[in-house]
Design a protein around this ligand. Structure first.
Ligand code: CP
Length: 323
């Protein structure tokens, strides 16, 4: 969260790098309360009545956008839906003019997705409302990491010492970057599993181990986290073919059978069934992919509530607001 400085509440959620472990634990603990709200027949609390949340998605989304919308509604916030395809962006309006126009309508938060890394950070400099990064290029996707932590913690009880393999197209993945920071901060041991062309050229400072041999670690991991092969972000072919990628790095039935008892299979979605994960594997009981989606609503409720309440730093003692 930013701006920096612990003397005033942090307003934005831009990167997992801005959060320390106690921040993440506070968000996950508050998520427990909101998960209970989401399960009610009338899933609505008045926690953000009078607040307005807007969306600014320059890239497509199903899960992130809909779950933020559900989260805002369950907190009784008003929402301003902005669709880039039918907006004045198509007449050449800049990002800055667009967000300042939306901000002028009196919003309290804006959820931003853009194909360029750093755009949500710039938006945070231009407007007074809180900014939540819903995915910026290859850079970060912090609320995905938070819902991944929440889902994993729910099943494993805790994440200290958990062995997490993040497999596939690391190079283009904002989820990988946020998840590495998140799982490492929570005490997990993270291993990246990918062919060299699908890894960043430098991993200096990344708190990870690396292997190119997926089969060698299958029996030793608690979480097998598959990433979507991002064909649309690859300027040139980085693997000989999708069939060859699947043969070495796809989670097929044979590999899934060799996972340790109780190991979780996770994926941020959308999945390429038959590439990074086989269809029948994605539907196994230990695949928690739809649970990740469901948890996305409660996690985003917690994030919105904290940012639009008194800031993340004031999270302690606020759980009763969800009651
Ligand atoms: N995981 C994720 O960000 O999915 P969407 O692109 O559907 O939002």
């Amino acid at each position: 969260m930013s701006p920096p400085g612990r003397d005033r509440p942090r307003r934005h959620l831009l990167s997992m790098n801005d959060l320390v472990r106690p921040d993440m634990e506070r968000i996950l603990d508050l998520t427990d309360s909101f998960a209970e709200v989401s399960e009610r027949a009338m899933p609505r609390v008045p926690a953000l009545r009078g607040k307005t949340v807007a969306w600014l998605f320059y890239e497509d989304s199903t899960r992130t956008r809909l779950s933020f919308e559900a989260a805002a509604k369950q907190l009784s916030a008003d929402t301003l839906n902005f669709t880039v395809r039918s907006s004045s962006v198509n007449k050449g309006e800049s990002v800055r003019d667009t967000v300042q126009t939306i901000d002028a309508m009196g919003i309290d938060a804006i959820v931003v997705r853009h194909s360029c890394a750093g755009v949500p950070h710039r938006v945070g400099d231009w407007i007074d409302a809180s900014v939540i990064n819903a995915g910026d290029g290859r850079h970060e996707h912090p609320t995905q990491a938070l819902l991944d932590l929440y889902t994993a913690r729910t099943h494993l009880g805790g994440l200290d010492g958990a062995r997490v393999a993040i497999v596939g197209d690391i190079l283009h993945s904002r989820v990988a970057r946020s998840d590495v920071l998140a799982f490492a901060a929570m005490g997990a041991e993270v291993t990246l599993v990918a062919p060299p062309p699908l890894l960043p050229s430098s991993l200096d400072g990344w708190p990870v181990a690396v292997t190119h041999d997926f089969d060698s670690i299958l029996g030793e991991i608690d979480i097998c986290y598959l990433l979507r092969m991002q064909i649309e972000r690859q300027a040139s072919a980085l693997v000989p073919s999708l069939r060859e990628f699947r043969a070495e790095y796809g989670l097929d039935s044979s590999r899934a059978d060799r996972l340790a008892e109780g190991a979780l299979i996770m994926h941020p979605g959308p999945m390429n069934r038959g590439v990074e994960i086989d269809g029948d594997v994605a539907d196994r009981p230990n695949a928690v992919i739809t649970e990740q989606v469901a948890n996305g609503v409660a996690v985003r409720m917690a994030v919105l509530f904290l940012l639009l309440g008194s800031g993340l730093d004031q999270a302690e003692g606020q759980r009763e607001v969800a009651a």
